[in-house]
Ligand binder design. Structure first.
Ligand code: ZN
Length: 335
């Protein structure tokens, strides 16, 4: 009996040690996650046949919040827009930065414009007269006639964006690339009082490029991998240099998930369904799990205990490789 009690005790203490070890590791890898539902309030985002992007973003983000809290109760989770209100982009970035987030995940919905068609439907005979009086002549002309119509854009599937590692460590180029933001009509509305040419902002972008690119790209690849596993059409991971301001302004690895096309009938239905929203939230959570495991392995490897893990998916690997090659090309040109 005593033996049994001792055995049980030691089993539980071992369990406690194991659990606390895992807990500690998790705490180290990721302490705070910021999740962000795109748009909100007056900013409805993309419009579908019967729904708006902002509502889908919020619904998916809420489910994602629930799942992350369940899976990782020790992680501090911060939501930039938990209600249907518009939160300025710089405020979202501020929330993320002030809370020292380890990760920023923004949820969006894609849209593609209807495809314009021009169809030849035959010639129309048009009669005109040239000259005056007796010299007046009748001229007939054949004028082609067209029918114009649109069809829904066939684009569908998911995309995960990361801030384009701006292939420059050069401040001047960074400033030039950020300049177009200033000329946008709704600049004030979108970016508040932040000056993208300010030294702080440029410094932040460069820091971001250096430190977080690989992490962001790895997580983006993992998210797309999960979507593929779930049977979605993955359009892959992408990087944008200028455009997704909030990705650049957050001083942490960050991704923006385009969860599907609202312009596609079937996807609009999927995006508005409970099953669809649950599936998207699960995919992102699964990717987060892989990412945390990957980070923990990296930490262990930096302690010299194990080998660094291979980058998760083939796609991520080739993506990183391509970026690296471009970087080298650019460096070679600069010489
Ligand atoms: Zn959006």
């Amino acid at each position: 009996m005593l033996k049994k009690t001792l055995l049980t005790l030691s089993f539980f203490s071992l369990l406690t040690v194991l659990v606390s070890f895992t807990f500690e590791k998790r705490q180290k890898a990721i302490r705070t996650i910021i999740i962000d539902a795109g748009h909100g309030g007056n900013d409805v985002g993309a419009r579908g046949a019967y729904s708006n992007e902002k509502d889908i973003c919020l619904a998916v983000e809420s489910k994602l919040a629930e799942l992350i809290r369940k899976e990782y109760p020790e992680i501090k989770l911060i939501r930039t827009r938990p209600t249907d209100d518009y939160v300025q982009l710089h405020t979202r970035a501020d929330i993320a930065n002030k809370n020292h987030g380890d990760l920023f995940i923004s949820i969006h919905v894609n849209s593609a414009p209807a495809v314009q068609h021009k169809e030849f439907i035959g010639n129309k005979t048009v009669v005109t007269y040239v000259g005056k009086g007796k010299k007046k002549k009748k001229v007939t002309k054949q004028v082609p006639q067209y029918r114009y119509y649109t069809t829904p854009n066939p684009a569908k599937g998911t995309e995960t964006y990361i801030w384009g590692a701006h292939k420059n460590e050069d401040k001047e180029v960074a400033m030039k690339e950020n300049a177009p933001m200033l000329t946008e009509d709704n600049y004030k509305q979108n970016y508040g009082d932040i000056d993208p040419n300010s030294p702080e902002f440029v410094a932040l972008s460069l820091l971001k490029t250096k430190q977080f690119f690989k992490r962001s790209a790895t997580l983006a690849g993992m998210v797309e991998e999960q979507f593929t596993l779930a049977g979605r059409t993955s359009r892959g991971q992408k990087q944008r240099q200028v455009g997704i301001w909030v990705l650049q302004a957050t001083a942490m690895p960050s991704i923006l998930v385009e969860t599907g096309y609202i312009s596609d009938r079937t996807e609009e239905q999927y995006l508005n369904s409970q099953e669809g929203q649950d599936e998207i939230a699960r995919c992102v959570t699964n990717a987060l799990k892989s990412y945390i495991t990957w980070l923990e392995k990296q930490q262990v490897s930096s302690d010299g205990q194990t080998q660094a893990p291979a980058v998760s998916s083939k796609e991520t690997y080739s993506f990183l490789k391509a970026v690296e090659q471009e970087e080298q090309k650019r460096k070679a040109l600069a010489k």
